[in-house]
Design a protein. Structure first.
Lengths: 644, 365
């Protein structure tokens, strides 16, 4: 039995730490709060300096209004704010801050140093705080404005410290944060330094396009078009991409509501609605949209981090967004008016409407006794999987996240291993009318694959997507893309290098210009990319020269493939808030390099693909967890045609 | 329109012209052929708006006129008729009657006025090309043309005329082939260059054999005119890479080998190499060139051929397909290879001939 403990009131410090758990969960959150304060202080220049991903030191320097000595002292107290007076003010907030919580929270989990001077005074104030206690205060000479330095973040909260990820990941979040504000405030010059290296700089010349160019690169900047409309009290301004310039995830969609970075389903839904039928499925347009609504019509207090917004009149936002996008695209001639919008979507290969009933996969029929162990047909998609894992680990679904090794482990263990056979299958293969053949549903089957290939005869390809074959066991349908994906994936994972990747050199290095974030990621993952057959060489800021490419894609659009891969890896690193694991690189690579649905294949090509597939360790599921083959036994066919 | 044509000639013409017709259905008229009867011939036109093929067939014309017919249908029908001659006659509402010894067919056409007209060339430069020479040049570089649409300029053949020399160039960024010949300029500006789509070149290759043809080059179009046929094509717009830059100017190693011997050895080694990204390793040792390949789970290949050599020994790997593509078009007995290092380009040339070269980039060892 557990020992009973006395009930106690927590001391102030503890309370502060709990608050810190909400406000400052990682270095990027501290940067966010400090930058917001600088913006609230009317700064036109904000410099963020970071060491070791913010763990060692982060400093925000501004040229804003500064604070007098008494104000400075007060600012470090909980619930001390200059920004609202009464609870009623909460409904018409026009500043970023309003809780009076950020500074004390940061101060309570770091060694903080504040230097500040208001313009009307000759000298400034220096205050040093350690874990919440003021340890020093003196007059000092300082430029007008405020500089706040937080060192050894979480030095007194070891648990938090443990949750911090690699320097690169934390830095990625900080860059993301500063970037968001740089877009929202083109009139403010932002500078971000990491370990003394400048990784972001905007001029503060009020030109959003030039901010985009310096943050995302000129290529993206060139594609965007301006939006500006007003519709029932909702003003929308910013930049959007034409329907053909899209990304695989929402990473390049930024929204601001009254100057505050915002997320929320409403916003995505509104944008998707506006682009409906203009962009291919699963691709997302790029946008930076500033939405202005009367302060009393939006509630920012929903989320502790203040990023989730709720509108009083959602419909107005929807229709304003639709109107804004439509008119901008029409203005720039980007909606082909002669064609119906549908025809601009990516053509999908026409798949004849031949459906084979799959009831067996959804609900195994009663009496289906044989289900080889590990026959888990449907994998939860990785998003859901993440959620499950995090819940299991006692974390919230959108967590500061677990170390990824753990994720991969769990992920792997839930994938059927592929080497199956419960002995009954193996032995039954010799019997004249094996029992297992009679009740097997049409489902990804887990026969030993070599068995499955017994007497394989390729009948052909349908819809340039599926390979249809006949074996001694029955009819086999193979999804060519996922099959090839699996073959390539195992080739990449194979440390023994039994099927090594060959590298083909180029006559001339092909230049690859990237945005800062992609360049950082590429820099970091260079070795992995070389392992898969690319040879790259840095070539000035954010640029690389491709010297060699994987031989397998030498005759394809290798530049486009590499770009797409990097794009997707960046998106993954942002969306999952995880550093990119090498397995992720392999998965993405194999997916990009594999033959696509819609690629016609010759007989020998199909033959080779199936032979290669048979050699893989898991010919049943692709690296994303989708099934590769479907089989239908002869008796199953007979049953369906009511022949038995 | 009412005409009688020799069936064989009509069929040859139709098959070529139908090749230019487009499979796209977005503009239905492009899946048709245009037929016009005038004086003593029938002119056929097929196009996909990138290429236009015009072909004239001798005919007895009773009544001139014009019409369009579905390309595939008419070509297949004329191909499967048995008679010496075929009669074609315009019916009502743009239909066409085709009659031959007991067979009678009627096809539905589209208004001939809507057929896109063949564009003119502005201020072209004109060359007279011996057909066999030009075809040989095309054959010797065609394999290096890129298939990848993402880099449009590389999907064409670069034609360049400068001070009396015509050069054909192709590259897919891994290899480069250049073939050149002295050619007389007929008229027009002296220095011209153009990127001709591979499809146009392939149509030229299908022209019935003839002595020579006329090549016209202008800023946006090119035309190849033979005795009865003329192929007009749009050029690929854009900047062709500066290929001169990638032709190595110096070498530290020089190999000379017999073309046929090397080709046969590589062909055999490729059986194994194809299991391993087509990689073959070439290594010199004394007077021998060793060729090896490994295919995991398949086995190994080892070959050696005689070699005359300057410079130190070297080991270098190539995609065997790239080597074979090149060796297939070299007609000369001997071939020379100029090299420096194992990750640097190799320059292949027929021995004692200066009119052809092929640069191939190696694979990692
Ligand atoms: N960089 C700065 N320049 C001038 N004044 C500042 C600066 N940073 C903070 N302050 C002052 O200190 C006060 C406390 O800041 P703090 O960030 O803790 O709270 P807040 O911004 O009011 O609300 P929130 O907790 O929502 O951020 C602010 O209200 C402001 O008056
Ligand atoms: Mg604040």
């Amino acid at each position: 039995m557990k020992e009973r403990r006395a009930i106690q009131v927590l001391d102030d410090q503890t309370v502060n730490r709990i608050a810190a758990g909400e406000v400052v969960e990682r270095p990027a959150a501290a940067v966010k709060e400090l930058v917001e304060n600088s913006l609230d202080a009317g700064a036109t220049r904000i410099e963020v300096e970071v060491e070791m991903g913010g763990r060692q030191m982060l400093r925000v320097r501004d040229n804003g209004i500064g604070m007098a000595r008494d104000e400075a002292l007060l600012s470090l107290q909980r619930h001390a704010t200059s920004k609202i007076r009464t609870a009623a003010d909460l409904f018409s907030i026009e500043t970023m801050g309003f809780r009076g919580e950020a500074l004390p929270s940061i101060a309570s989990v770091s060694r903080l140093e504040m230097t500040t001077r208001p313009f009307e005074q000759e000298s400034g104030t220096l205050i040093e705080v350690e874990g919440g206690e003021i340890v020093k205060m003196e007059e000092t000479s300082a430029p007008v404005g405020t500089t706040i330095t937080a060192r050894d973040l979480f030095f007194n909260v070891p648990a938090r410290l443990k949750f911090l990820k690699t320097t690169a990941t934390e830095m990625g979040h900080i860059l993301e944060t500063v970037m968001r504000y740089a877009f929202a405030y083109p009139e403010v010059s932002f500078r971000l330094l990491h370990d003394r290296q400048e990784i972001l700089f905007t001029q503060g010349n009020s030109d959003l396009i030039s901010v985009v160019a310096s943050v995302w690169g000129r290529e993206i900047a060139r594609e965007l078009v301006a939006v500006e409309t007003e519709h029932k009290n909702v003003r929308i301004a910013g930049l959007i991409s034409p329907p053909h310039a899209t990304r695989p995830t929402r990473q390049y969609q930024l929204f601001y509501v009254n100057g505050r970075p915002a997320r929320g389903k409403t916003l995505f839904a509104a944008l998707d609605g506006a682009y409906k039928s203009l962009t291919p499925e699963k691709r997302h347009p790029i946008c930076i949209l500033m939405i202005e609504v009367p302060p009393n019509l939006v509630d920012v207090n929903v989320h502790p981090a203040k990023t989730e917004v709720k509108f009083q009149r959602e419909n107005d936002v929807f229709s304003a967004m639709a109107a804004a996008v439509r008119s901008a695209l029409l203005d720039h001639g980007m909606i082909p008016s002669a064609l119906p919008p549908e025809s601009t979507a990516r053509p999908t290969p026409a798949i004849p409407d031949v459906r084979i009933p799959t009831s067996g996969t959804a609900q195994p029929p009663a009496g289906n006794t044989i289900h080889p162990p590990g026959t888990k047909v449907y994998m939860p998609d990785s998003e859901t999987l993440n959620e499950i894992l995090f819940q299991r680990a006692g974390l919230s679904p959108t967590p500061p996240s677990e170390p990824d090794e753990r994720l991969d482990e769990e992920f792997d263990s839930s994938v059927p291993s592929g080497e199956q056979p419960s002995s009954d299958i193996a032995s039954s293969a010799n019997q004249p009318s094996p029992a297992w053949m009679t009740e097997e549903p049409l489902a990804p089957r887990h026969l030993p694959f070599a068995d499955l290939l017994d007497g394989l005869q390729i009948l052909g390809q349908i819809a340039n997507t599926f390979i249809i074959a006949w074996t001694n066991k029955g009819l086999v349908i193979i999804d060519q893309h996922v099959a090839h994906e699996r073959v390539l994936y195992e080739m990449l994972c194979d440390e023994r290098g039994s099927m090594p990747i060959q590298k083909q050199y180029l006559l001339e290095g092909a230049p690859l210009q990237l945005d800062r974030k992609s360049a950082l990621l590429l820099q970091e993952k260079m070795q992995e990319l070389e392992r898969i057959g690319f040879e790259l060489e840095p070539f000035g800021t954010d640029s690389f020269l491709i010297r060699a490419v994987p031989a397998a894609i030498a005759q394809k659009d290798y530049l486009g493939l590499l770009r797409e891969m990097i794009e997707e890896l960046v998106d993954i690193s942002v969306a999952r808030r995880l550093p990119v694991a090498r397995e992720q690189i392999w998965t993405t690579t194999s997916c990009k390099m594999a033959v696509k649905a819609g690629d016609p294949l010759s007989m020998p090509e199909m033959q080779k693909l199936i032979e290669d597939l048979a050699k893989t360790e898991n010919p049943y599921l692709c690296p994303h967890g989708r099934p590769i083959t479907l089989t239908m036994t002869l008796s199953e066919l007979e049953k369906r045609f009511k022949r038995t | 329109m009412k005409v009688r044509c020799p069936r064989n000639q009509l069929h040859d013409a139709l098959s070529l012209v139908a090749h230019a017709a487009s499979g796209r259905t977005s503009l239905p008229i492009l899946s048709h052929l245009y037929i016009e009867a005038q004086e003593d011939s029938v002119k056929l036109i097929g196009s996909d708006l990138e290429q236009w093929v015009e072909f004239s067939v001798p005919a007895m014309v009773e009544e001139p006129g014009k019409i369009t017919v579905p390309a595939k249908l008419i070509t297949e029908l004329i191909g499967s008729l048995q008679s010496e001659e075929v009669d074609m006659e315009q019916g009502e509402k743009g239909t066409l009657w085709v009659r031959a010894r007991g067979a009678e067919y009627r096809f539905v056409g589209l208004p001939p006025e809507e057929y896109p007209s063949v564009p003119e060339l502005e201020n072209p430069s004109e060359f007279q090309l011996p057909a066999s020479l030009f075809m040989e040049m095309v054959d010797s570089v065609e394999f290096a043309v890129s298939q990848e649409e993402a880099r449009a300029t590389l999907t064409g053949l670069k034609m360049e005329y400068e001070s009396g020399t015509l050069k054909l160039v192709a590259t897919d960024t891994h290899r480069l082939a250049v073939s050149e010949a002295k050619v007389e300029l007929g008229s027009g500006s002296a220095d011209v260059s153009a990127i001709v789509p591979l499809k146009a070149i392939q149509l030229v290759q299908r022209l019935p054999s003839q002595e020579s043809f006329t090549l016209n080059l202008s800023d946006h179009r090119a035309a190849f005119a033979g005795a009865n046929a003329r192929i007009t094509t749009q050029l690929i717009e854009g900047q062709y890479p500066n290929y001169q830059r990638v032709i190595p100017a110096q070498y530290t190693r020089l190999w000379k080998v017999m073309t046929a011997e090397l080709k046969m050895a590589l062909k055999r080694a490729s059986l194994v190499a194809r299991e391993n990204g087509n990689k073959v390793v070439l290594r010199t040792e004394g007077e021998k060139l060793h060729i090896t390949a490994r295919g995991e789970g398949v086995g190994e290949a080892s070959e050696s051929v005689e070699l005359v050599r300057e410079g130190d020994d070297l080991e270098i790997a190539f995609n065997v397909r790239y080597l074979l593509d090149m060796l297939d078009v070299i007609k000369e007995e001997g071939i020379s290879v100029e090299l420096t290092e194992s990750l640097r380009p190799a320059l292949f040339k027929p021995v004692e001939k200066q009119d052809y070269l092929c640069v191939v980039m190696p694979m990692a060892l």
